[in-house]
Structures are given as structure tokens and as C-alpha cells.
Ligand binder design. Structure first.
Ligand code: HEM
Length: 489
């Protein structure tokens, strides 16, 4: 390991003493969000660990994270070159790859504009405010039918298994202009066993940092490679079909609009960077991948929390009865009228912190933070879980209490409190799907809660311990659902 020369006036980062070869892998353990939060209490909000021989800077605390990602955003906006991320989208991912800054910026702008255009697109039917609302409403109602039929045949249902197909269909609608049946084996198997993906790309996977681990046989790694290969094959087929039926006069979805961009080389008009066609059309891989896993994890956790806190489920249903009634399906515009549901979602984001770290960042040049020197190309973990459980920011952080996000009289959302929750990252790498993500979690939940009542299996305890990964999932479980009075199945 090279000795780093610290410029005068700056300090060396504190942190635990590393062991030869493995560094601090043992202390980091299998729940890095917990171990690195505990270390921040000992070493402060900026400290350094070593995974293998590679130094990693860990950031915690609202102030330090805001300083790094907002005020010094440019310097902390890189992505590290990690072993596992080379396999995601053949190393061409917008979110994970180490694209040079101009290329990443051009791709991100294109992705944002495509998402915005195709989610706010006018719906064919005046019943809906936009295409996104139409997709979510329809998928929400299909999901309800599906859950009723699974209940009739099996007497219980696995929440993630069904929710993920509905959520994937919303993003498929926007990206590919099509949906899949809940029985479609290809889609169901593609979106369901993604746990291995999350485990490998979650911050702190030792094989990313210790080369010897890459040549040892690893069952997780094999599954991870297989998932990536299957994902690529699925996407390539869809993209090929789009190229074959492409017509400039009829841009049907995001895939078409990206193909159109390649044909026109529109990207090159305003910038000097050259981005290959493959990297432009490949943006759709990121949108699809990020668009189903995050939202289905959030919704599946929501259902588990509803079961764990039946009195909150009842209050949410009362709010829906009063503000929306039973005569019509909830809409996106009901958001301002349903503060308790909004507060519940914020508390799910905070309490579960199911994205415990952002995707790893990397410094783009030598820099300093709070007087500590951080060299160029240093890998940086941003601990969102710590911020969401910091006793300096939250009263009783381990307690699940949506009321913390309501005003004192309980009738309105306390937006300032809501802004303290950190789940979408911040600054230059902030999630580009945030508004779609928030809208989707809200509308799916409103539709489900209006018509259904969720409960656990009699005599079985719910295990709420998250399984660590890029997105932390709850353990697979079986639940029950019944139509609410007034809604026959
Ligand atoms: C990045 C969270 C939904 C697309 C991220 C990051 C987080 C995040 C934490 C990393 C930020 C960083 O590295 O600092 C979430 C959550 C979601 C969600 C909690 C839902 C509840 C979506 C959706 C899409 C999306 C629906 C697209 C359709 C992306 C992309 C990036 C990203 C492309 C990479 C941005 C970049 O590296 O420049 N998201 N996300 N996300 N997200 Fe999301």
C-alpha cells in the first residue's frame, strides 16, 4: 500500500487499524450499515476503513454528507472502478460505470429527459392525468385481482413475488410500451431472484476489494453473473425488436426515443463528447433495472409494516374513506389530501432505510473534507442508514412512528421533517427516478389500501430483520389479504 503524503494543514483520516491483506473486512461484517454506524460513533462522521488493501472513506451525519455531496458535489461525483460493477450492463451502466464525466453527464441528461417526457405524457384517456398515472392505476387494479385469485387458490400470498411484477410492468410500459402477464415465466424469473444482485453490488462486498476472492469458487458470484447475462439477453431482444419496427414518425416509448437520439446524433449538438449508440440505447437497461427493484422493495416493505402495525393500517384506511371515498380510484392529485399516507411512506423510507448506502462514490480529484485529506480516486461510502437513525436528528429513531412527519395537530405533513430523510442520495448523483418513485409508491399504496386489508398468518411472527444488500429486502414471507367491506373480490 502506498503511503499517502498529506498536504500541510490537513489531517490524516481516523479509522480502525487494518489487518494485512484483508484490512477491516472482519469488523465490517455482514451488516455494514450497522457496523459502520457504530464506527462513526467512535471515529466521527468522516473516517477511513480498508477493505482488502483498498482504502474506503465512510461518510455519516447530515452535515458532512451535505457538505460532500452538495457543496463539494463535483469532487465527490465519481464512481469507483469495482470488480462487480464491470459486469452490470456489460460495464456500460449509467449508474455504476466509471464513464468519464462528460459522457456520464450527457447520458444522465438524456435519461432524465426521456423519463420526464414519457411519464408526464398525456394519457389517451381523460380519466388519467398522465401516462404514469394510467400505468400505475391499471397495474394496481390488476394486482388486486391477482392477489384475490392467489388467496382463493393458496390461502396466502408472497408480497414481493406479486408486487414486483406489477411495478416492473409500469416501467416496462414507459420504457418498452408493453406489459407482461403475472404468469410470464421470463419476466417473473428475471425480476424475482434479484437478491444475489443486491448482495454483490451492496457497499462492502469483499470480492470488490480483495482480488484473491475473485478466483475462489463463489456461489453468489456465479448467480450474480447468471442474472446479469439473463438481464442482458432480455434487454437485447427488446432493443432488437424496437430497431426492427422503428419508425421516426411514431416514437412509442423510451427505447424508441433513445434510438431516435442515436440516429440524429442529437447528443453531439450541444456538447463535444462522443457517446456510442450502444451507450445511448443502453440507458434503458438502467431505467428498467433501477425502476423495478427499488420501488417493489419499498412497496413490499410497506405491506409488511401494514401487517406489523394494524392500528396504522386502520388509520390509513379511515383517511382514505374520508378524503377519497369508495366510489372512485385514488389519483396522484390526492397526495396533498392524504398526509397520513405521505407520513407513512416517509417513515417506511426512514425506518427501513432499505437503500442503506448510496451507490459507492469516488473522488474525482485530491480534496479535503472538514480538514481531512482525501486523495483522488478514493472510494467513498455514504451511510444513508446512519442519517435516518441518528439520535441527533430523530426522537426515538428505532421506533416506527409515522406521526413524527405530521404537524402537531396531525392534519398536515411537516415537510421540513420529511426533507431530513435520506434515501435518494443528494447532489450530482442524486436518483433521477425520485419523483416517479415517490408517485408510484404513493398511488399503488393508496389503491391497495382503499380496497384491501392485509394481515399475517395466524400464529406466525413476522421477521422484520432486513437482509443486507444494495436494496435491503425483508425475508420472504406469506401474508393474507381480504377485500375491505364494500369491495367484493
Ligand atoms: C441512483 C434511490 C427509484 C433511476 C439512485 C441512488 C439512490 C436511489 C440512493 C444512488 C445515489 C448516489 O449514488 O448518490 C432510489 C429509490 C427509489 C429509486 C429509493 C424508489 C423508491 C428509481 C427509479 C429510477 C431510478 C424509478 C428510474 C426509472 C436511478 C438512476 C440512478 C439512480 C439511473 C443513477 C444516477 C447516477 O449515477 O447519475 N437511486 N431510486 N431510480 N436511480 Fe434511483
Amino acid at each position: 500500500l502506498m503511503r499517502v503524503k498529506i498536504p500541510e494543514g490537513l489531517h490524516k483520516l481516523p479509522g480502525p487499524k487494518p489487518l494485512p491483506i484483508i484490512g477491516n473486512v472482519l469488523e465490517v461484517g455482514s451488516n455494514p450499515h450497522l457496523s459502520l454506524t457504530a464506527m462513526s460513533k467512535c471515529y466521527g462522521p468522516i473516517f477511513q476503513i480498508q477493505i482488502g488493501t483498498r482504502p474506503v472513506v465512510v461518510l455519516s451525519g447530515n452535515d458532512v454528507i451535505r457538505q460532500a455531496l452538495l457543496k463539494q458535489g463535483e469532487e465527490f461525483s465519481g464512481r469507483p472502478d469495482l470488480y462487480s460493477t464491470r459486469y452490470i450492463s456489460d460495464g456500460k451502466s449509467l449508474a455504476f460505470s466509471t464513464d468519464q464525466v462528460g459522457v456520464w453527464r450527457a447520458r444522465r441528461k438524456l435519461a432524465l429527459s426521456a423519463l420526464r417526457t414519457f411519464s408526464t405524457l398525456q394519457s389517451q384517456s381523460s380519466q388519467y392525468s398522465c401516462a404514469l398515472e394510467e400505468h400505475i392505476s391499471k397495474e394496481g387494479l390488476y394486482l388486486i385481482e391477482r392477489l384475490h385469485s392467489v388467496m382463493k387458490s393458496d390461502g396466502s400470498f408472497d408480497p414481493f413475488r406479486h408486487i414486483v411484477v406489477s411495478v416492473a410492468n409500469v416501467i416496462c410500459g414507459i420504457c418498452f410500451g408493453r406489459r407482461y402477464s403475472h404468469d410470464d415465466d421470463e419476466l417473473v424469473s428475471l425480476v424475482n431472484p434479484s437478491d444475489e444482485f443486491g448482495k454483490i453490488v451492496g457497499s462492502g462486498n469483499p470480492a470488490d476489494f480483495i482480488p484473491i476472492l475473485r478466483i475462489l469458487p463463489s456461489c453468489s458470484m456465479k448467480k450474480f453473473l447468471a442474472i446479469n447475462a439473463r438481464f442482458s439477453a432480455f434487454m437485447q431482444k427488446i432493443v432488437k425488436d424496437h430497431y426492427d419496427s422503428f419508425s421516426k414518425d411514431n416514437i412509442r416509448d423510451i427505447t424508441d426515443s433513445l434510438i431516435d437520439h442515436c440516429e440524429d446524433h442529437k447528443l453531439d449538438e450541444n456538447s463535444n463528447v462522443q457517446v456510442s449508440d450502444e451507450k445511448i440505447v443502453g440507458i434503458v437497461n438502467d431505467l428498467f433495472g433501477a425502476g423495478f427493484d427499488t420501488i417493489s422493495t419499498a412497496l413490499s416493505w410497506s405491506v409488511v409494516y401494514l401487517v406489523a402495525y394494524p392500528e396504522i393500517q386502520e388509520r390509513l384506511q379511515r383517511e382514505l374513506n374520508e378524503k377519497v371515498g369508495m366510489e372512485r380510484t385514488p389519483r396522484l392529485s390526492d397526495r396533498t389530501e392524504l398526509p397520513l399516507l405521505e407520513a407513512f411512506i416517509l417513515e417506511i423510507f426512514r425506518h427501513s432505510s432499505f437503500l442503506p448506502f448510496t451507490i459507492p462514490h469516488c473522488t474525482t480529484k485530491d480534496t479535503s473534507l472538514n480538514g481531512f485529506f482525501i486523495p483522488k480516486d478514493t472510494c467513498v461510502f455514504v451511510n444513508q442508514w446512519q442519517v435516518n437513525h441518528d439520535p441527533e436528528l430523530w426522537k426515538d429513531p428505532s421506533c416506527f412512528n409515522p406521526d413524527r412527519f405530521l404537524t402537531a395537530d396531525g392534519t398536515d405533513l411537516n415537510r421540513m421533517e420529511g426533507e431530513k430523510v435520506l434515501v435518494f442520495g443528494l447532489g450530482k448523483r442524486r436518483c433521477i427516478g425520485e419523483s416517479i418513485g415517490r408517485a408510484e409508491v404513493f398511488l399503488f399504496l393508496a389503491i391497495l389500501l382503499q380496497r384491501l386489508e392485509f394481515s399475517g398468518m395466524p400464529g406466525e411472527l413476522l421477521d422484520m430483520t432486513p437482509e443486507y444488500g444494495l436494496t435491503m429486502k425483508h425475508k420472504r414471507c406469506l401474508l393474507r389479504v381480504a377485500p375491505r367491506p364494500g369491495y367484493a373480490s
